[in-house]
Write a protein that binds this ligand. Structure first.
Ligand code: AMP
Length: 277
């Protein structure tokens, strides 16, 4: 496993990889969710490349950039046994050279949900992912369903900008009690960690209604709100029952649907979602 930081070293290392390459972009502090993406990339390609970069442009002014957890040594020790070929750990100066003024922006898909709560977030995500794609030239790129809107936005960007690659979306990995794995779970106090299962419980309650035949989207949203309101440590930011492709809020559920939510546990903001097929 080779680890490089500069763009010239990355390009040289990429040139030495013959055959297909799968890219897994991450912000590090890796957990089993990230590793499942890496395993899939390794299984489906001759080489796996992982990027580790805490991207400043996707954090809002009042968000947690400076205290975002980092542990490169631990990350590398988790990636090595998976047979990763190349790890790229660029600096902010490499990704955003002095004077840079070029951005990639996906329009309608970024207006709602996370985009509405975190202005500028997706502009940062799409810009950095476009740079990662250009630099690493992957055949396939792997993203988690955990960040459902991000996956939809990246898929749109890759199609719109004619990137010659396939975007692969992998299932959400969860702890035994249902909490979606996230680097941010580390911020939770013991009590908040217990309370955090409320996201999974609220999504499950709505899914149960759906499976019993309910197709009124507002009824599902209400069910999720009720479940969240029963947890005193949780503060709902939004719940959504939206069309899977357009991400527009639904009145009546017809096709593939995304149930999603953002919830604060103390100062920690968690997101989660279920897909109704
Ligand atoms: P991050 O380091 O948070 O930017 O995440 C890097 C990639 O891992 C993104 O594509 C995420 O959607 C994905 N990911 C994060 N958590 C999970 C999870 N619990 N299960 C599957 N994929 C995940």
């Amino acid at each position: 496993m080779k680890t490089v930081s500069s763009l010239s070293d990355l390009r040289a290392a990429r040139l030495s990889l013959d055959g297909t390459v799968g890219l897994v972009p991450t912000m590090g502090y890796l957990h089993e969710g990230h590793l499942s993406l890496v395993r899939q990339a390794k299984a489906e390609n001759q080489h796996a490349v992982v990027s580790i970069f805490v991207n400043p442009t996707q954090f809002g002014a009042n968000e947690d950039l400076s205290k975002y957890p980092r542990d490169l040594e631990r990350d590398l020790s988790l990636l090595e046994p998976l047979g990763v070929d190349l790890v790229w750990t660029p600096t902010a100066e490499t990704m955003y050279p002095p004077g840079c003024q070029t951005w990639v922006e996906v329009e309608a898909l970024t207006k709602g949900l996370e985009g509405a709560m975190r202005p500028g977030h997706f502009r940062g995500v799409t810009t950095v992912v476009a740079k990662l794609f250009n630099a690493t030239q992957p055949h396939k790129a792997y993203f988690g369903q955990k960040d459902a809107q991000q996956a939809a936005v990246i898929r749109r960007m890759a199609a719109d900008l004619n990137f010659p690659l396939e975007v692969v979306v992998c299932p959400t990995r969860r702890e035994a009690d249902g909490l979606a794995m996230s680097s941010r779970n580390k911020y939770l106090s013991e009590a908040e960690r217990k309370a955090a299962t409320v996201l999974f419980r609220a999504l499950s309650a709505a899914k149960e209604l759906y499976e019993a035949g309910e197709r009124d989207a507002e009824t599902l949203r209400r069910k999720m709100k009720e479940a969240l309101s029963r947890e005193p440590l949780a503060r709902m930011q939004y719940v959504s029952c939206a069309d899977y492709d357009s991400l527009e809020e639904l009145d009546v559920i017809k096709g593939k649907t995304l149930l999603s939510m953002a919830v604060f546990l103390g100062k920690t903001r968690l997101i989660d979602n279920f897909v109704l097929e």
